[in-house]
Design a binder for this molecule. Sequence first.
Ligand code: ZN
Length: 329
Amino acid sequence: MIGFRKVIRNRIEYRFDPLTHEQSRINPDRAKRLKQAESDIRLKEIIRESRATCVFCPEQIEEKTPPFPEAICKGGRIKIGETVIFPNLNPFGENHAVGTLSEGHYLDLDEFSVDLLRDNLLASKDYILSVYGHDREALWPIWVWNYMPPSAGSIMHPHVQILVEREPVPQQARLLEKGKGYFELNKKRYWEDLVAEERRLDERYVSGNDHLSVIASFAPRGFNEIQFIFRESSLAHLDEEEIDEFAHGLTRALRGYKAIGVGSFNLITYSGPVDKKLDYYSLHTKLFSRPYPKGVYTSDTGPMERGYDVWVIDTVPEGLANSMKPFFD
Ligand SMILES: [Zn+2]
């Protein structure tokens, strides 16, 4: 059973994630402030200046990025369409690779085509399976996309990061444990029940079919947080059709983001392991906005998030779902 629990104190909604019970706080009045699309003249300059020395641009990428060992990939780099995957020179995890999304140095949110995203996802899956083929303990894939510097992406050129680790990251381990507990108690997959309930309520449900559903999170940990929930349990098990649907969904969400004034985001995946299909778990991804890239901006996380694990959110999930729906029609 899915419970969307919230209590209201001092006009602030304390919302609790239906699975993990993690707390988010939303002040609906504060969140409904209309924000105009932002812009920054300096951003255009930064894009132009960074272009000249960019090691992810086609002229430099072969020379300035390292190759994989032949065992991982013949020829040293995995290439599909405009995507090139190579080892991360400054890793923070195991089997940490970088994959460019485009040959273009800068793409606005509405300029990412289905082809660019599909090719990147296919190449990333190849990388994950190749690493696993080489090391049977590399079980836990991660695919993250940080878009523009406020998201912690230090390189402007569109790219994702792919990791394949021996252990699930702490939040992934928590989701697996909670999901397993829910399955044992209810004989149903939590994410299946969540999607069914969101579809019935139709307050945060955006779009979906049998393979993939899109909802705005009830208790978000990011502004404008959208979830893509898959039927499959792992990134490594997505077939071409599912990857294609995900690519389509992402382009729609990014067009919707641009329309509501978003200029930076993070996309994170919570994936089950490569080696088996889990009956109690659904692969899902969270897309959430970050502050608009401009000279000086107010950060969207402060002491409550960094120090107390309380997520103070300025965007209302139900309003976000309404803003997104037209882009999925
Ligand atoms: Zn570039």
